[in-house]
Ligand binder design. Structure first.
Ligand code: ADP
Length: 476
């Protein structure tokens, strides 16, 4: 068997060969110009060709010119080749780097404990990592190339399939920046329903696809439900005896119903305050567990916000007086002093939720203000109405603000230590405002007072008209 190989030219010999061809061509031109041309053309009579009949030009151009042409072509070819080699090398390096990055990303994605699924801009699955395959029970080969809805079957907590508007993946494919949900259920390939925590983000710029990251939180949800149920039952059971203790202590402290000496009055007053505190704690715990286990009903009604907030504010007038504070309802002040009329803001929310939120926030403003005033205002624009509750109280330090709406969070400093509370009020307010699809936030500075804001969607006059025609004129 012959093992013949075609002769391989080295880069330099190939370049030399091309340089020789170029030099030979130049020699041919030389021969043509200095030997053939004078034979056919009378170059002496053509002024710009007279040099062609000069033997020394022919001689020197051949002796000096041809080696120069050879060397220039040789190095010209070398440089050209060199830059081509450089480009090829750069391309190879880039390709190597990209494949390394791709390998690394794949290693990372495969090692992540959370399920990761990537889709293109039409929702077709392009990537599914091993954790996602384990959670939903679909193999990589089966899932890739399918519409995500055939693989990631999501339902809401009432087991209803998600429509396009509420499907987080559709929201991303339609241009939303990122969506996070903890309230969805996912149907696995074996027909099991699991609770998932889900984060969907867009890939790069708009309309390039989506990345779905999710994790099974069934155990966490079930533990949380058990905890909430326990707290709810315990608070319910304990609220009744505490209410009874509070009632009897009230009777003991009432001079019309009992005669006690000053020392006993002092002790009983303290016991009464503690019983009241305990009663409030159980009530707050009950409200919180209701809001967490889905028992919190949401029954939106058409409300005229200014009248509604005025009513909630005036209900706390007495409490503000007891603390020597002025409680101001700003729309009334503005109307009286400027002779102007406050705009009407209609919202459609659950009145009980709004009343509870307002009274919690105004009570807090009174509780955490030693002197000065609490001012309640209603403002807004075409889309939103905003209620603000501003106080001149102790204020809140910057580092506490992010934790303020967490369960049981109380700021512990010399100003707050003496003031009773459960740390559940703001947490509950946040849940209530969220259930009304609103927003709750605070602006504050330690020592300079705080302002809490509730933002709610404002109804257009057409929507209000339609509602009024359907259900009649609302009351505040
Ligand atoms: P609490 O029952 O302790 O008042 P909240 O959840 O209502 O519980 O409030 C949490 C913490 O936020 C409070 O302990 C208090 O330190 C702070 N806080 C709430 N409202 C105000 C306010 N208007 N001014 C200053 N601090 C406030």
């Amino acid at each position: 068997m012959s093992n013949s190989k075609a002769p391989v030219l080295t880069p330099w010999s190939r370049r030399a060969l091309i340089a020789i061809v170029i030099t030979t061509s130049v020699l041919c031109v030389n021969v043509f110009l200095f030997h053939l041309l004078p034979k056919f053309v009378d170059v002496d009579n053509v002024s710009w060709l007279s040099w062609a009949n000069n033997p020394s030009v022919a001689y020197w151009s051949a002796i000096v010119g041809l080696p120069i042409v050879f060397i220039i072509s040789l190095f010209g070819l070398h440089r050209q080749r060199h830059s081509a080699d450089g480009k090829a090398e750069a391309y190879h390096a880039l390709a190597r780097e990209l494949s390394q990055v791709a390998n690394k990303s794949e290693i990372v994605i495969n090692a992540i404990g959370d399920g990761v699924v990537a889709t293109d801009n039409k929702g077709v699955i392009q990537l599914i990592n091993p954790a996602a395959q384990t959670i939903i029970g679909w193999g990589k080969q089966e899932a890739q190339g399918l519409d995500y809805r055939s693989v990631i079957k999501l339902t809401n907590d009432k087991n209803a399939e998600l429509d396009t508007a509420s499907d987080p993946v559709q929201q991303i494919l339609q241009g939303k920046p990122s969506v996070s949900r903890n309230d969805l259920l996912l149907l696995t390939s074996s027909g099991k329903k699991i609770n998932v925590s889900l984060l969907v983000s867009p890939v790069g710029n708009f309309n390039n696809g989506s990345i779905i990251v999710f994790r099974d939180i069934t155990n966490e949800v079930s533990e949380n439900n058990q905890r909430t149920e326990f707290i709810s039952t315990a608070s319910h059971e304990m609220r009744t005896p505490v209410a009874s203790i509070e009632g009897y202590l009230g009777l003991a402290l009432n001079p019309a119903t009992a005669q006690i000496d000053d020392k006993a009055r002092l002790y009983l007053t303290k016991a009464h305050e503690s019983a009241q505190h305990l009663g409030r704690l159980f009530q707050d715990l009950l409200d919180v567990s209701k809001s967490e286990d889905g028992r919190l009903k949401n029954e939106p009604k058409l409300i005229e916000l200014v009248d509604f907030v005025r009513e909630s504010t005036s209900a706390l007038e007495l409490k503000a007086q007891e603390h020597n504070l002025t409680l101001v309802f700003q729309p009334d002040v503005t109307e009286n002093s400027n002779n102007s009329i406050t705009p009407i803001y209609h919202v459609e929310v659950d009145p009980d939720h709004l009343r509870e939120t307002l009274s919690n926030l105004i009570e807090n403003a009174i509780k955490y203000t030693k002197e000065g005033s609490v001012t309640v205002n209603v403002t807004g624009n075409n889309n939103n109405a905003v209620v603000s509750i501003a106080d001149t109280g102790i204020g809140i330090a910057k580092e506490d603000i992010p934790h303020l709406f967490q369960k049981f969070y109380r700021i512990d400093n010399t100003d707050t230590r003496e003031i009773g509370g459960t740390g559940l009020g703001l947490y509950l307010c946040r849940r209530l405002v969220e259930s009304m699809n609103g927003r709750l936030w605070v602006e504050s500075e330690a020592g300079k007072g705080s302002t809490f804001f509730i933002e709610l969607a404002r109804m257009t006059s057409k929507e209000v008209e339609r509602q009024q025609n359907q259900f009649g004129i609302p009351s505040a």
